[in-house]
Design a protein around this ligand. Structure first.
Ligand code: AHG
Length: 334
């Protein structure tokens, strides 16, 4: 049987990219491989979620006598495990953990990257079979190599990201990541257990017809957001409409759809929560980076997300992200 030369795996792709940089150490390629490995393990568990009655509820002991962990804790442990045992990561920050974890050993102290991630975003959707995802963000350390990573390595503005990406566990499982060189999408080929390049050089369409926002909070949004949402609803053929509202409640799925098809996603501040719900470091920065690299825009309603200097690792921010022209429509709303 002939070999299909068109198939390129995640590892093959990242190694090929590395060849363009004679001084590359392979650490970034190693990190992406580690993240790919952890996400394949999470994919397997996510696909078993419907069998919870057979396998046992979270917090109980299953028929094999093993403790059943909540999926978000399981995912967190997988990512922490592969990154701790790999050779490319000096420490991690996770939405699931109160503080950063610095891997203080000889190999890790000489690793030049730190990684931030939301191991299972949209986890309230697991029980109802809706797409969920993992989001990750990679920074080059600013602290001295040879010593343990520091908090400053994690509190860098998003503009300093070396790479960012997400994994969507949906009708198929995909890993999408961006570097300054572009954004690539890989679909998990379950028959060989490999992520294979399926969406090369992704570009976010300049405009779209979808707006994604939690309408239930409408009366808690500020006047500008209310006006923009109303304008989306009033669009007709004469001004590029009608727009469609789509809101899954799982940002990875909502932003993935808008990245491929065009659209705008908003999680504004509300009167109850002026900073909204989403986390700058684990959710907004990675998506802002991916969307900007592919041609779109991301703001907190006023400022470019990637220029915000974080003060706390679990900081929240309002978030507006999507196709360039739709974002500009929002910005021009007064
Ligand atoms: P969680 O992981 O707690 O389910 O949160 C998901 C996030 C994000 O992915 C999604 O867009 C948003 O929260 C939905 O929040 P609302 O239900 O408040 O709209």
């Amino acid at each position: 049987m002939g070999v299909n030369r068109k198939i390129q795996t995640l590892d093959e792709f990242t190694i090929q990219q590395m060849r363009d940089f004679p001084n590359a150490t392979g650490e970034l390629a190693g990190l992406l491989r580690d993240i790919g490995l952890a996400s394949k393990r999470v994919h397997v568990e996510v696909n078993k979620a419907g069998l919870v009655d057979i396998l046992g509820e979270a917090g109980t002991t299953n028929v094999q006598g093993e403790e059943v962990k909540k999926l978000d804790i399981f995912a967190n442990n997988q990512f922490m495990g592969v990154l701790r045992h790999g050779i490319s990561c000096a420490g991690i920050g996770s939405e699931e953990m109160d503080d950063i974890v610095v891997f203080d050993d000889d190999i890790s102290n000489n690793s030049k990257y730190v990684c931030l991630f939301d191991p299972l975003d949209g986890s309230s959707n697991i029980d109802v079979n809706v797409s969920i995802g993992t989001i990750f963000s990679i920074y080059r350390r600013v602290s001295e190599l040879g010593k343990p990573a520091t908090r400053e390595d994690f509190l860098q503005p998003g503009i300093n990201q070396v790479a960012a990406g997400y994994v969507i566990y949906g009708s198929s499982t995909m890993l999408v990541y961006a570097t300054r060189r572009g954004c690539q999408g890989f679909t998990l080929d379950q028959s060989i257990g490999e992520f294979t390049l399926s969406h090369p050089d992704i570009k976010c369409p300049e405009t779209g017809k979808v707006y994604s926002v939690n309408h239930g909070n409408f009366f808690q949004y500020n006047e500008k957001v209310q006006k923009y949402i109303t304008a989306c609803q009033q669009k007709d053929k004469s001004n590029g409409g009608p727009y469609t509202q789509r809101y899954i409640g799982s940002m990875v799925a909502d932003v993935h759809r808008n990245l491929i098809k065009g659209g705008i996603f908003m999680y504004p501040g509300t009167t109850d929560k002026p900073q909204g719900k989403l986390r700058l470091l684990y959710e907004c920065n990675p998506f802002a980076f991916i969307i900007e690299i592919t041609g779109g825009k991301a703001t907190d309603g006023e400022r470019r997300i990637l220029e915000i200097k974080p003060e706390k690792i679990h900081q929240r921010t309002p978030f507006f992200v999507g196709s360039k022209l739709m974002m500009e429509e929002y910005e021009q709303t007064i």
